[in-house]
Design a protein around this ligand. Structure first.
Ligand code: FES
Length: 508
């Protein structure tokens, strides 16, 4: 299948097509309109359709063609920002609720796959957290264990080493009964189930505006209008919010390699180390004899580095000594992580005081479980059922629990406006090789120039339409990435990631 978020191809995209729905051709009315056909949007639509609600899902690309196609799909209640960190920021009760919600999400995915007969390679696996030199050490592991036990996760325990041949991790923490699956097989099945329940999914349909009220409305860029009792904006990062949410979460790119291994040569589990950014490892079936060893890490802020070869090289150098079973390199891809300043997703009523508009964002590197939590929580909010997770995930919550990160990240954003004053990356268009891009200075303006593989030059203003930062070239994904809040545009200027909701302006 295609992803509209970049050129690299994940193991998921290479092994599963998702069903395509027709473009929305006329005005429509429904109970709930969901914008965004990733895991958060489709889970919400599915659960509401089971409650008898008429749902319409819109996506401007393919189903699950955004960041859901670029995850590594670890299904865990262990929080990758640290159980002790979540407890420090949200209290013991907050950690208990967060842990319970992620466990419920894994159970929900398993239950939906069983109920709808979705063959999505779901497996229960253990998670192992081990120390890597340069990362957090034994004190951290003990803190993590204590925090886990305080919220009742007594099954977490120390083991002498992770069950890996050829690599002695040393003492590490084991979190039993986590999960993994193939996200695109799962979402393909979910999309079919939504249709069976009477819902509709419209691809290649861009939601140009969302207006709260009774009814709420979504207008598409073709001028069609959907009137709905409620609208859910599940577009990875909300395209209907200009400022507030984007000061509370920050975009990162993460990198992934997939190596061919003989089936069974690496024990099927989840593995994470204690570096920052950390490495994350799992396996995925490939064929009768082989699996893919999936290794991720090397994160950086979106739009603030363009050195994918160095990052892939570092990942491979980390992997080969630890996993000598790793054979041919089959896949490499990258994805985007939205990191909330206090490390929990924002799910609930849009804080912009728009009646009947809901958002789900801030995956925090746990997008599959946070997306499923979004489906459960938003369904309850929309049908009027109380949900004990509501306050924990409220998009309106204060960012002050994560005040240090909030200040640091927003100072970083402010500094990026200095790029208005810097020279261009190249002096003239002639320096731009085919199928690459660069920023040029032309008088007071900065121009994003892409030369396609036929040699034709395409020029756009380099000013991001969200809040006017200067975009930068992403050579791996052939995209223009904004270093401020993570908007992304394909090589020809079409928006592929919010918060921007319009394209880069073409220049002559
Ligand atoms: Fe906010 Fe570009 S994403 S200015």
């Amino acid at each position: 299948m295609n992803s509209d978020n970049g050129r690299s191809v994940s193991v998921w995209m290479a092994t599963q097509d998702t069903p395509a729905g027709p473009r929305l051709a006329e005005d429509a009315a429904c109970d709930v309109c969901v914008v965004g056909a990733g895991i958060a949007g489709l889970t919400t639509a599915y659960l509401l359709s089971r409650q008898g609600r008429k749902v319409i899902v819109l996506d401007d690309g393919p189903t699950a063609g955004g960041e859901t196609a670029r995850t590594t799909a670890h299904l865990v209640f262990y929080n990758d920002d640290g159980m002790s960190t979540i407890e420090r920021l949200h209290g013991t009760d907050g950690l208990r609720l967060a842990t319970t919600s992620h466990m419920t999400a894994v159970d929900t995915i398993e239950e939906i796959a069983r109920r709808e007969s979705i063959a999505c390679d779901f497996h229960r696996v253990n998670g192992y957290l081990f120390i890597t030199p340069g990362g957090q050490g034994m004190d951290f592991l003990k803190q993590e264990l204590d925090a886990s036990h305080r919220v009742g996760r007594r099954e977490a325990h120390f083991v002498e080493r992770a069950p890996l041949d050829g690599f002695n991790t040393g003492p590490c923490l084991c979190y039993p009964n986590q999960g993994q699956f193939h996200p695109l097989k799962y979402l393909s099945g979910l999309a079919e189930a939504i249709r069976r329940n009477g819902g509709a999914i419209h691809n290649q349909t861009h939601a140009a505006s969302v207006t709260g009220g009774s009814p709420a409305k979504v207008q598409t860029s073709q001028g069609r209008v959907i009137t709905a009792g409620a609208v859910v904006v599940a577009t990875n990062t909300p395209v209907n919010d200009r400022v507030v949410m984007h000061t509370k979460q920050h975009p990162y790119r993460t990198y992934v390699l997939g190596f061919k291994v003989l089936k069974g040569s690496v024990a099927r589990n989840l593995y994470w180390d204690t570096l920052d950014p950390y490495h994350y490892v799992r396996l995925q079936e490939l064929d009768e004899q082989h699996e893919v060893l999936i290794v991720g890490g090397e994160d950086h802020k979106t739009g603030q580095a363009n050195d994918p070869a160095r990052r892939y090289d570092a990942l491979e150098r980390w992997t080969r000594p630890r996993f000598p079973q790793a054979g041919e390199l089959l896949f490499h891809w990258s994805g985007q992580v939205m990191e909330p300043v206090d490390h929990l997703a924002y799910i609930g009523r849009n804080p912009m005081d728009e009646p009947n508009v809901f958002i789900a964002t801030g995956d925090s590197g746990m997008g599959m479980t946070h997306g499923t939590i979004a489906g459960l929580l938003l369904t309850d909010l929309i049908v009027g059922r109380p949900n004990e997770w509501e306050a924990l995930y409220s998009p309106g919550r204060s960012p002050l629990k994560g005040a240090t990160t909030y200040v640091k990240e927003n100072v970083n954003v402010a500094a990026k406006y200095g790029q208005w004053l810097t020279p261009g990356e190249v002096a003239s268009e002639s320096e731009i090789a085919p199928d690459t891009g660069a920023i040029l200075r032309r008088g007071a303006s900065k121009v994003a120039c892409y030369r396609d593989s036929q040699g034709q030059l395409h020029q756009f203003t380099a000013v991001c339409p969200h809040l006017q930062c200067i975009v930068s070239w992403n050579g791996l994904e052939r995209s223009w990435d904004c270093p401020c809040h993570g908007s992304r545009f394909d090589a020809l200027g079409k928006v592929v990631n919010g918060p921007a909701n319009t394209n880069l302006e073409p220049m002559g």
